[in-house]
Design a binder for this molecule. Structure first.
Ligand code: GTP
Ligand code: MG
Ligand code: NA
Length: 408
């Protein structure tokens, strides 16, 4: 019921972008911390959650890695977030993981703000970033579009207040509500096992209040909240909606992406986890490799699909553009092709993860490129369809057939 969501909660904001474009440095500047300087190799390799306060309003930030190896974490970040911040370095411009990050936000249906960082550098060219993104359909407000661009420098602090205000304004429009009084529901964004503590999970509470001693079920595992530690390392008694925390008390380490739900008793927690485990095992056994294609065809034939999500990989930028142009022209009465990501190069595991993160799952189309072995295995395991072609017209014809629900 409506009245169950009656209290404002802080927005969950995920920072994404290409490696070294300054995501962690921006958060450091916002929080007055120095995480980036301590990272091995200067590279973020995990997903972290932090809370800040601006003018009495709280914001929960998720920092994600920009290195290409961490697509899964970016997908997870995009899935739990209310607003994404796409960080683009003004001296480097739009890069592969910039495009990937935008694809994640779009696949998850999350609004985003572009932070053009490093504007302190003499070679910074924020207008070039704007025109690169405008070309991708991400038109800045000042050019008549709907996307907020904010010029910032994590180094000098310029534009940071502006960025925070833009976030709060966007959050206000979204009217994010929760009910602190109902049983807690939280998302696991990361988990690990620590000596002496056992499994530790970073969670963000989506609704309700998570308290010490709460019994909970969390995917295939369960437990009782033993310790709650905030992002500054302080112990707490409870976590409110929208807030992040590290918690201990799990029977086994949960998986990132699992939902933790507070329940009445240890017994219910254990029984629910066991049922869930059985269900997942059954589903695992019945999985077929044709899952995506069949699902899409069913949706098309039933008239339940408005947009057909695809990922396009090709050998040259010219062929990427040619395919995109032809696909844009294709439409039957109802279904439109939605290119959630396109790039030059082989089909990688990252593309498969991105296809899986899209709802419904996307089909991967390759032109004069092949999937890597890892990509092939992952696609098989996840039921993601990969199609490769050496003639553009064959690719277009196949998509035409699929739009009519007939592709085989
Ligand atoms: P990954 O998480 O590894 O993808 O990197 P990141 O996006 O978090 O970037 P990080 O904060 O690690 O910064 C990368 C480098 O850029 C570091 O050397 C920073 O000092 C530098 N840097 C970040 N922001 C700025 C800025 O605004 N201006 C200048 N001049 N340098 C910056
Ligand atoms: Mg980082
Ligand atoms: Na870095």
């Amino acid at each position: 019921p409506e009245e169950e969501f009656d209290t404002e909660r802080p927005p969950i904001v995920t920072i994404m972008g290409h490696v070294d474009h300054g995501k962690t440095s921006l958060l450091d500047r916002i929080r007055n911390s120095r995480i980036a300087a301590k990272e091995a190799g200067g590279i973020t390799q995990h997903i972290g959650a932090y809370m800040v306060e601006k003018d009495g309003k709280k914001i929960t930030f998720i920092d994600t890695p920009g290195h290409e190896a961490f697509t899964e974490m970016r997908a997870r970040g995009a899935q739990v977030t209310d607003i994404a911040i796409i960080v683009v370095a003004a001296n480097d411009g739009v890069m592969p993981q910039t495009r990937e990050a935008i694809a994640h936000a779009q696949a998850a249906g999350v609004p985003f703000i572009v932070a053009v960082n490093k504007i302190d550098l003499p070679e910074a060219n924020p207008d070039l970033v704007k025109s690169q993104l405008a070309e991708m359909g991400i038109m800045p407000v000042e050019w008549g579009g709907e996307y907020e661009f904010v010029n910032v420098s994590a180094k000098t602090g310029e534009g940071i207040d502006d960025l925070l205000e833009t976030i709060l304004l966007q959050a206000e429009m979204m009217e994010l509500k929760a009910n602190p009084k109902c049983p807690a529901k939280a998302v696991v964004i990361e988990s690990r096992v620590e000596k002496g503590k056992g499994p530790v999970a970073t969670v963000i509470v989506k609704n309700g209040t998570l308290k010490k001693q709460d019994s909970f079920v969390c995917g295939k595992t369960f437990g009782r909240v033993r310790l709650i530690i905030d992002d500054l390392g302080k112990q707490k008694k409870e976590v409110l909606p929208g807030e992040p925390a590290e918690i201990t008390g799990f029977d086994e380490a949960p998986f990132a992406g699992d939902t933790l739900v507070a329940v009445e008793s240890d017994r219910i927690a254990k029984e629910t986890a066991e049922k869930w485990k059985e269900y997942l095992e059954r589903r695992e056994k019945s999985k077929t490799t044709k899952a995506t294609l069949e699902d899409l065809q069913k949706m098309i034939l039933e008239g339940n699909l408005k947009k057909l999500p695809v990922i396009v990989k090709a050998d040259t930028q010219g062929s990427v553009e040619a395919i995109k142009g032809s696909l844009a022209k294709l439409k039957n009465e109802e279904v439109k092709v939605d290119i959630i990501h396109s790039d030059v190069g082989a089909i990688t595991e990252n593309d498969v993860i991105l296809a899986k993160a899209s709802e419904p799952h996307a089909i991967i189309l390759g032109f004069n490129v092949r999937p890597t072995t890892q990509a092939k295995n992952k696609a098989k395991q996840e039921g993601i369809e990969i199609r490769t072609y050496s003639i553009i017209y064959d690719l277009i014809d196949d998509v035409k057939e699929l739009l009519s629900g007939l592709m085989t």
